[in-house]
Structure formats: structure tokens, C-alpha cells
Design a protein. Structure first.
Length: 175
């Protein structure tokens, strides 16, 4: 994974050959950088990335960053970084991994990867999150999107999102 990420093109998001554009602001970049530093301080190891890419001085770029040796109790594993940062947490068995995934105040999205697609789907059903991919990190644009817990309520996109624009009414009649 680290070799793949270190070769992913960064740059102008209007360029179809680019996979990672800049963050939205200097403040957002500072926040992501502070999370990267917190991960290091908490003992997680940077496998790839962790800094600003060379040659991209205009814009608010951060290298795609992967941490290993991440315990589930540290902030970089428990909070939404909202930047190109992935944490890899070791686990002991399937029950442990679902417990780790569900033990967070934030549950926007996740993914389950396995050669056994049906089994991965079963695991995905046990993860409490707004969106979960099976063998993919992208989702169809027509699918409902949104988080649970501190990641928000409600859904955007898809037919589920129309509920925000409706006012249900109950009418009762006597016999």
C-alpha cells in the first residue's frame, strides 16, 4: 500500500490524472498536520507521507499519509481527521475488529476488504457507520451519504435525503 500511495499524483484537481488535490484552507492543513504530529507523539509509525509534498507550494497540500502500529485509544484513530490520513490498527479476530470499529464517537464511513465478498458484507452489517464499502473505498453518487453518532445525522443524496423536504402528517378518524 505504501508504494502505491507514494506514487499517487497530487496537484490541480481539475487535471484528470490527479488523485489528490489540496485541502480547502491553510487552517484545515494545520489541523491535519497537528493530527499527524499527535499520531507520532502517541507512538504510531508513519509508513508513507506525513508532510507537505515537494513542488506544490501553491495550495494547501498534504501527502497521503499512512500510520501503522496504531492502537485504538489514540486520537488519530478515534477522531475524524478530514484529510488524506489512514490508520492501520492490529486486531485479534473478527469480533475484535468490529468492536474497534464501533468504539468511536465518530462513525462517518468505513470499509471491509476480503476475498469473500459475502462474509465481508456480513461484517459490514455489524459496523455502526453511515456508509461502509465492501472491497471498495468509493461509493455510488446516488447512494445515501451521512454519518452517525458525532459524525452527524440525516442523509444526503439518494431517495432517503428527500425526507428533509417533507412534512409527514398523521390523520386519525373515529369509527
Amino acid at each position: 500500500m505504501s508504494a502505491s500511495l507514494s506514487n499517487i499524483p497530487l496537484g490541480d484537481p481539475a487535471d484528470p490524472g490527479v488523485y489528490f488535490g489540496p485541502l480547502v484552507s491553510e487552517r484545515r492543513r494545520q489541523i491535519v498536520e497537528s493530527y499527524i504530529e499527535l499520531g507520532r507523539q502517541d507512538g504510531a509509525k508513519v509508513v508513507v507521507g506525513g508532510g507537505r509534498p515537494a513542488g506544490l507550494d501553491r495550495g494547501f497540500y498534504i501527502e497521503p499519509t499512512v500510520f501503522r502500529d496504531v492502537t485504538s485509544g489514540i486520537r488519530i484513530a478515534r477522531e475524524e481527521v478530514s484529510g488524506p490520513v489512514i490508520v492501520v490498527t492490529p486486531y485479534d479476530g473478527e469480533e475484535d475488529v468490529t468492536d474497534i470499529a464501533n468504539d468511536s464517537e465518530y462513525e462517518l464511513g468505513g470499509g471491509v476488504f476480503s476475498p469473500d465478498k459475502e462474509h465481508a458484507t456480513d461484517v459490514a452489517r455489524r459496523i455502526v457507520t453511515g456508509t461502509v464499502g465492501v472491497n471498495t473505498a468509493s461509493f455510488p453518487v446516488e447512494a445515501p451519504f451521512g454519518g452517525v453518532k458525532q459524525s452527524g445525522t440525516g442523509r444526503e443524496l439518494g431517495p432517503t435525503s428527500l425526507g428533509a423536504y417533507r412534512e409527514p402528517k398523521a390523520i386519525f378518524r373515529s369509527a
